[in-house]
Unconditional design. Sequence first.
Length: 345
Amino acid sequence: MVCSAPGKLILTGEHSVVYGEPALIGAISLRTRVLARRHRDATISVSSLQLGGCREETADSLHQFLEKAELALRDFEERGELRQLERLRRDPYVVAKIALGEVFDVLGKASGGLRIRIDSKLPVGSGLGSSASVASAVIGTIGRLYDRRWNLDRVNALVYQTEKIMHGRPSGGDNTAVVYGGILRFRKIGRRFSFRRIGLAKGLLPKIILVDSGRPTETTGEMVEGVKVKSQKSKVKSIIRKMGKISRAFIHDYRNGEFSVNLIQDNERLLEELGVVGTRARAMVRAIERLGGVAKISGAGGIREGSGILIAYHHNVIKLRNFLVKKGWKPFPVRLGVEGIRCQA
């Protein structure tokens, strides 16, 4: 069984989406592919082309790892204690192990062995939803291997659980965009998700280029918690409300065939005010603005070093690409609004 899942890009609504404001999120053409085969022995072997090496697990070891992760998550939710979660996340195979534990916990089908191979084209920790993509592809593959009635709603619920262990307080937007695909207006209302697919406006989004400002040293969870600590201050509350207003206006314009570059710039300034954009990323944004374009982070950001992937836009895409190359900032184009999880036997 083979399943693949896309990454994601937040066009507008980073951080504010955690507090009930809307976001516009799209599935992108960089994907994670997972191949799984049954095997005669009881070993569950997991390998990754990007991480290298191979992990040998059993049903019991995965169950124990998941139990430990769930206890650490409870400790975080009840006391705000991140250390146990951070310790678990040091394992490079943590996403795959949690995802496998989640799916076997539901299906109860861990008898016999498996050979699982993961190939992800998404950079880790850069704001493109790599953990949600890997978890979705793993859960989708194993679920379909054991249960042909496995559906997207079940996958999304389990991927969200994995995302909570990975990031602490995720909005649910990453997993929803990755599982269902397309371009979504997403909002988290309490513990529930509300999302609606929005048609792709032809001729607008292909002009977006992604450029890497560097991998953040902070985790997504640390960045989200950093904002939460300040979230009761009136200034931060005001920033979050303004970001929500920008998201609503951007979504409205987008539905009417307009890609509002001024709102992209306004969103970036508010993210900088929020304190989630580092010096290097800000310098890159200003350089693109001096060229006549706009840019913003797409994800949780980062302060000490890189801030992850930037969305860059210019009405002359060739001029922008040449500028980025000259600067030594490798640009990479992506298609937005692609299919979510897809599987084949």
